[in-house]
Write a protein of this length. Structure first.
Length: 151
C-alpha cells in the first residue's frame, strides 16, 4: 500500500513539473534561434550590406533564407509562464500574450523582409543593402514592441 501511495505522489509531482520543464525548453529554444540563427545571419547580412566583408550574393541569400525559416517556428515557442515577469532569463514582453496577433504579424514582417532580401542578394550589393534595411526594421519593430531588455 505504501508503494502505491509513493508512486501516486511521484506521478503527481512529475505531472506538475512537466509544464515548467516544457516552458524552460521553449525559452531555451527561442533564445538559441535568436542567437544562433537570426543573430549570426543578421550580423553577416549587415557586414555584407556595408561592405565590411567582401560581398557574396550566395552567402547573403543563404543568410536571409536561414532567417526566413525562423518566424513560423519561433511564434509557437511562447507557452504561458515564459515572459520576462515569470522567468529571470526571458526577455519576452508580457505584451506577446495580450497581443499574439500583433506578435505573429511582426514575425511575418521578418519573414517577408528576409525573403525579399534573399532575392535581392542575387542582384548585387546595393540591392541587397536596401532590402536588408527592411530586415533590420522588422527586427527592430518586433524588439521594440515585444521584448524587454534585461541587464
Amino acid at each position: 500500500m505504501r508503494s502505491v501511495v509513493k508512486m501516486t505522489l511521484l506521478a503527481a509531482a512529475l505531472a506538475m513539473s512537466a509544464p515548467a520543464v516544457m516552458a524552460q525548453d521553449a525559452l531555451k529554444e527561442r533564445q538559441t534561434m535568436m542567437k544562433e540563427i537570426v543573430g549570426k545571419n543578421a550580423k553577416l547580412g549587415n557586414q555584407l550590406a556595408k561592405g565590411e566583408v567582401p560581398y557574396d550574393g550566395t552567402q547573403a541569400a543563404n543568410a536571409m533564407t536561414a532567417i526566413n525559416g525562423v518566424p513560423d517556428k519561433f511564434v509557437k515557442l511562447f507557452p504561458a509562464g515564459t515572459d520576462s515577469d515569470s522567468v529571470a532569463k526571458s526577455e519576452a514582453s508580457p505584451k506577446i500574450w495580450t497581443d499574439m496577433a500583433g506578435f505573429v504579424a511582426a514575425a511575418d514582417k521578418l519573414k517577408v523582409a528576409s525573403a525579399a532580401a534573399a532575392e535581392a542578394a542575387k542582384q548585387g550589393q546595393a540591392e541587397f543593402a536596401t532590402a536588408f534595411g527592411n530586415v533590420f526594421k522588422a527586427c527592430k519593430g518586433c524588439h521594440d514592441a515585444y521584448r524587454v531588455e534585461k541587464d
